[in-house]
Design a protein around this ligand. Sequence first.
Ligand SMILES: C[S@@+](CC[C@H](N)C(=O)[O-])C[C@H]1O[C@@H](n2cnc3c(N)ncnc32)[C@H](O)[C@@H]1O
Length: 265
Amino acid sequence: MNDENRTINDFGRQWSIYRDNEGFYGSMELFSDIISPFLNVDEIADCKVAEIGSGTGRIVNMLTGAGAKHVIAVEPSDSFEVLYRNVKQPEKVTCLKITGEELPAYGNLDYIFSIGVLHHIPDPAPVVDAAFKALRPGGHFLIWLYGTEGNSLYLALVRPLRALTKRLPHFMLVFLTQIIYWPLGLYIKFCHTFPLPLRGYMLSVLEKMSPEKRKLIIYDQLHPSYAKYYERFEAEKLLVDGRFINVQLHHRHGYSWTVIGTKPI
Ligand SMILES: C[S@@+](CC[C@H](N)C(=O)[O-])C[C@H]1O[C@@H](n2cnc3c(N)ncnc32)[C@H](O)[C@@H]1O
């Protein structure tokens, strides 16, 4: 099995355990944080949109919550069943069990989102190409990616750890997640006083998550077979090479990249 299929299988397993989107993790507050500074929640109202890599459907529900007219939800893993059950406004959502590169070339979508997905795909160019073809001229593609910049200490710890954890059986990884959960809570508390690495993310995002969702986020970092951390120029190149124009980048909470590009008219 190649890295792409192994990663899809990993997520199928992950989402069969962490199934819900409760609290801040699935909130409109977090959605607004993810799409800013490029978009306001209001701009999605009445739009035809897609999300590539929908997981348990939290972004899909945020999009319908923002008033999207219709959402195409793409999820290739076995978590498709979880996604299907979690969708809150099914009359507005079409769920497709396909990979991003298989997204049909609708040519009429206003926005396509892919949040935390392309960094798990070894060759994301065909997915970017499919998004380009599915958008209407003037439509926008917004992606969110793990970043390298601002993450050096974290990556020095996590890269060697992941070499082991991505191979661990589920019960051992859950055990490790429980162990890491406690010092992480302490680290978040210290961030209130000291300018520690990842402080922005800790205080603006992770601290607001429930204990279960913090554990999911630890698991999510350690489990997938493939995860790439993008440098700014790589993140920009992804959309520029995909023929998008007006490509803009935002260094979200100093550790990740939000990138938006427009399909030329
Ligand atoms: C970290 S999750 C993000 C889920 C969702 N976007 C969210 O923010 O809650 C990544 C998702 O991308 C999906 N994925 C992996 N490879 C993919 C591919 N080639 N095409 C589309 N989705 C893929 C995984 O199955 C997984 O559900």
